[in-house]
Design a protein around this ligand. Structure first.
Ligand code: GLP
Length: 221
């Protein structure tokens, strides 16, 4: 369903800036997008992408994006953007990344996953709702949810993430949630009120959000 949604945006636009997410949840969407782009022989030269985040001292999300999205779908490399977790000056990198998004003219459609603690991108509970791209210390909840992707010593404890303010400026948002572990965060989102301790609740402030959630993630609604 998510792939059809994103594909129709790509097909019907002369130029589109997609904000993309990593994690397990969007993998099915990326697989189907790759299938559609081959079936329809669609040129993707009008698609630009900006990723939400990357670990500091790692290229884990660069690798994920190349393997699951850019290479199979065929988006030209120079039109894809991901924060550089190896930048010597991380503050400068955050500013550079904000400028990249501005130069692209902003994000047309931002795809989001959701953390078990309600984080979006890597904006952990308590993040200011007006924040811009910044460096974060990951919480224990996020570290343990993502521990399976790293050995213990090599798991980065910091990341660069688009800020909540940056995400909110996207013209449209598509949030994907899968599995029972997301049910609590999804319930909080659907309560409709804002709670800085559950960052995803800020989406109640955005005029154009679509949520696609499986049965597990919807189980507390
Ligand atoms: C990480 C990413 C988020 C993602 C979240 C959920 O923290 N930075 O962007 O939404 O994981 O991942 P998953 O879909 O694997 O549950």
């Amino acid at each position: 369903m998510a792939a059809e949604y994103v594909f129709s945006k790509i097909k019907n636009a002369d130029r589109v800036v997609l904000g993309l997410a990593t994690g397990r949840t969007p993998l099915g969407m990326y697989r189907h997008l790759s299938k559609y782009s081959k079936e329809y022989k669609l040129s993707l030269s009008h698609v630009h992408t900006v990723n939400l985040d990357e670990y500091v001292g790692s290229k884990a999300y660069h690798a994920y994006m190349h393997q699951n999205v850019f290479d199979p779908i065929g988006i030209p490399n120079h039109q894809t953007h991901i924060p550089d977790g190896y930048a010597v000056d991380l503050e400068k990198e955050c500013m550079r990344y904000e400028a990249v998004i501005q130069q692209l003219g902003g994000i047309d459609l931002q795809v989001l996953g959701i953390g078990e603690n309600g984080h979006i991108g890597f904006n952990e509970p308590g993040t200011d709702f007006s924040s811009r791209t910044h460096v974060v210390e990951l919480t224990e909840s996020t570290l343990s949810a993502n521990a399976k992707y790293f050995t213990r010593e090599k798991q980065p404890r910091k990341a660069i993430t688009m800020g909540i303010g940056t995400i909110l400026e996207s013209k449209e948002i598509l949030l994907l949630a899968a599995g029972l572990k997301k049910a609590h965060a999804v319930r909080e989102l659907f309560k409709g009120s804002l709670n800085e301790n559950i960052p995803a609740t800020v989406l109640n402030h955005h005029p154009n959000v679509t949520v696609i959630a499986d049965r597990g993630a919807r189980s507390l609604l």
